[in-house]
Ligand binder design. Structure first.
Ligand code: PMP
Length: 424
């Protein structure tokens, strides 16, 4: 029996995230990762642009992060009783770097961070409705994972018996098109007084990359401020990948709450929720209060050490300069290649993130625009790339990333391999 077959016997779908293997890759077993590479069970080497959905901004198994992690040990702080100096240092660093963060709490995953963001927004406003956007993903919990891509509609019902945030949170979610300020104004005109939170990925990377317009982001900020609604930027992907201050620093719009994850600790399991002190302080009330917050592994010493080592490197070394430059090389090179081959393609992305949609331009702004993408070609090219030792996730609309460990040679090889893959 192969390892993958053994996995399917004991792990639903054979994988621990996503509940299914990718068609055509049901036998992929990752044996080892390092820098920009991974190796499968047969010793085949891949240059990795999937990067486990992106956390390893420095590259897999960065030696400095690994050393700091090993040194930290696994003894947990006394949850509810004390913190460690490292936790305080990390909170100080996060609040100093990310504009909207006055106070911050650590979680173990991004999903927990977005879940708690919505709970505290509901506790603070006494309202139930949440507005999210087509194409955005915010984690696995019921409150927002539904209708990632659905048409605008109200999902679920408000629970009339709900008295507080600890009651089961039923979905009361409005899903709007991204980049549509008119839709935002309309929904606030109709439901404004019921909307607890608006949550968005400032750049929806879960469908590749939809770049937000200034008007859209400014309208969100204005409408939320007017209605007393909590604006949540989900920067689980964009935070620390696009810059030390997240995308909020780049776009100049300050949300009320921010969720972070992935790149903070270069792959160690971490999430964070931070923002306005008055909102975050709702978490400090006693258990059973409006926004009880807990987690056995929050502030885990190895994870905190990994985060501090990652942030140190992001601050002290030209990481962003490098990954922005290679990201731009990938985008420009791919765009030139597709022009040369006369293949209709829009190559877009931001910083270290790139994605090619097989459609005519201009760059897509909404999820609906992405319906024009030729999914079969998208997946086909990526499948063919694996024959040339390049791994970009062969699932429709998935983005690719470069890390600090990627080199100019890697980008040359990506371009050469893509030229071959497109011709097959
Ligand atoms: N928000 C965004 C924008 C994400 O991309 C993800 C994960 N892909 C999450 C939240 C959830 O994070 P996690 O998988 O760590 O729970």
């Amino acid at each position: 029996m192969t390892l993958a077959e053994r996995a399917r016997r004991v792990i639903p779908g054979g994988v621990n995230s996503g509940q299914r293997s990718i068609p055509g890759f049901t036998d992929l077993v990752i044996a080892r990762t390092r820098g920009s590479r991974f190796w499968d069970q047969h010793g085949r080497e891949f240059t990795d642009y999937h990067a486990a959905f992106g956390p390893a901004v420095l590259g897999h198994n960065d030696p400095d992060v690994a050393a700091a992690t090993a040194e930290a040990g696994t003894t947990l702080a006394l949850a509810g009783v004390g913190v460690t100096e490292a936790e305080v240092a990390l909170a100080e660093e996060l609040t100093a770097l990310v504009p909207s963060l006055e106070k911050v709490l650590l979680t173990s995953t991004g999903s927990e961070a977005t879940f708690h963001a919505l709970r505290v927004a509901r506790a603070a406003t006494g309202r139930d409705l949440v507005v999210k956007f087509q194409g955005c993903y915010h984690g696995w919990h019921d409150a927002v994972s539904l209708n990632v891509i659905s048409a605008p509609e109200r999902v679920g019902t408000k629970d009339p018996t709900s008295t507080g945030i600890l009651a089961p949170v039923l979905d009361a979610t409005l899903v709007l098109p991204f980049n549509d300020p008119e839709a935002v104004r309309r929904v606030f005109a109709e439901h404004g007084r019921d909307i607890a939170a608006v949550i968005l990925e400032p750049v929806p990377h879960n469908v590749g990359a939809l770049l937000p317009t200034d008007t859209f982001l400014r309208t969100l900020r204005e409408e939320c401020t007017k209605a007393g609604t909590v604006l949540v930027f989900d920067e689980v992907i964009t935070g620390f990948r696009h810059g030390l201050g997240g995308y909020q620093e780049i776009c100049g719009i300050t949300p009320d709450l921010t969720t972070l994850g992935k790149a903070i600790a270069n792959g160690a399991p971490i999430g964070a929720l931070g923002g306005r002190a008055d909102l975050m302080d709702l978490f400090s009330t006693r258990p059973g209060g409006p926004a009880f917050f807990a987690g056995t592994y929050n502030g885990h010493p190895q994870v905190v050490a990994a985060a501090l080592a990652t942030l140190r490197k992001l601050r002290e070394e030209p990481v962003h300069e490098h990954i922005y430059r290679l990201g731009a090389r990938a985008r420009d090179g791919l765009a030139a290649l597709y022009r040369e081959l006369d293949v209709p393609a829009v190559v877009t992305g931001f910083g270290s993130v790139f994605v090619t949609y097989f459609m005519d331009g201009p760059a897509p702004l909404t999820y609906d625009d992405l319906l024009a993408n030729d999914a079969a070609r998208f997946i086909g090219v990526r499948r063919a790339l694996t024959d040339h030792g390049i791994f970009e996730l062969p699932l429709n609309l998935k983005r690719s990333h470069v890390s600090y460990a990627h080199t100019d040679d890697d980008i040359d090889r990506l371009l050469e391999a893509t030229a071959k893959a497109v011709r097959t």
